[in-house]
Design a protein around this ligand. Structure first.
Ligand code: KIV
Length: 274
């Protein structure tokens, strides 16, 4: 990428500066063509570890590897010109401590060109976030429903209801104070998300966390109707591409069986006219 193109890329500081001014628009992407589409409309494109469930058919994000993230990160990087690219640290790549996290975060950034990493966890991850930020790795934090902890959370349920709300607020404050440039709030009651947003200086980016967040993120295959295994309440379908694709495939199969495809316009003549 040229120096000029690089200068057009948004950086974590640009995302921080949006707080209180304009909503941060974020989607996931896992491939070059989809990254190109997202880049035209988004400020931040996340190479989420949701890739494991959405593209690889895994039952959770726990089986996602560094190699998968790097391959998809490289593909997404080729499709972005403006949006900040953030890449998820997969399960098991950062939890041991700051040194392990630094090694893997540096590798993700060096091999994909991502401008930041995202990792899951609240106050207990604050020392790791501070360690990374101090060494040049911008971090987006992720609290609330943290899918990599599905087994200890006991499922994909709403987080922070009742007495747990105070702990979640403390988690968000801890990761923001540690230097995270934005905090994803997943599946958090809208009122609590608003209180968290008012309590921290960096943008909250909500997914199932109400309209008062400083920005929103969705998994792109969910909002396009491509991923149909399940449909969380917080997903709004902006298109039904899964249904459109199934219809197109059925029509193709019917035309092949009926001898209607390929037609002359899709075939090559034996002789080329002089
Ligand atoms: O992996 C992912 O796509 C995410 C978003 C849902 C925030 O973490």
């Amino acid at each position: 990428m040229s120096a000029t193109a690089e200068q057009r890329r948004l950086m974590p500081a640009d995302i921080v500066a949006m707080k209180g001014r304009v909503p941060v628009v974020c989607l996931t992407a896992y491939t070059t063509p989809v990254a190109r589409i997202a880049d035209r409309a988004c400020d931040l494109v996340l190479v989420g570890d949701s890739v494991g469930m959405v593209l690889h058919g895994l039952p959770s994000t726990l089986g996602v590897t560094m190699e998968m993230m790097i391959l998809h990160g490289q593909a997404v990087g080729r499709g972005l010109a403006r949006a900040l690219m953030v890449i998820d640290m997969p399960f098991g790549s950062y939890e041991e401590g700051p040194a392990q996290a630094f090694g893997n975060a540096a590798r993700l950034m060096a091999e994909t060109g991502a401008g930041a990493v995202k990792l899951e966890g609240g106050a207990h991850m604050a020392p790791t976030i501070a360690f990374l930020v101090a060494r040049g790795i911008p971090v987006m934090a992720h609290v609330g429903l943290t899918p990599q902890s599905v087994n200890t959370l006991g499922g994909y349920r709403v987080q922070g209801r009742g007495a747990d709300g105070g702990r979640l607020l403390e988690d968000a404050q801890a990761v923001a104070q540690a230097g995270a440039f934005a905090v994803v709030l997943e599946k958090v009651p809208a009122g609590l998300a608003a209180r968290i947003g008012a309590a921290i200086a960096v943008p909250t980016v909500g997914i199932g966390a109400g309209a008062e967040c400083d920005g929103q993120v969705l998994v792109i295959d969910d909002m396009l109707g491509l991923f149909q295994d399940f449909r969380p309440k917080f997903v709004k379908r902006y298109a039904e591409l899964g249904a459109a694709a199934a219809e197109a495939v059925a029509q193709y199969a019917a035309e092949v069986r009926a001898g209607r495809f390929p037609g002359p316009e899709h075939s090559f003549a034996d002789e080329v006219a002089p």
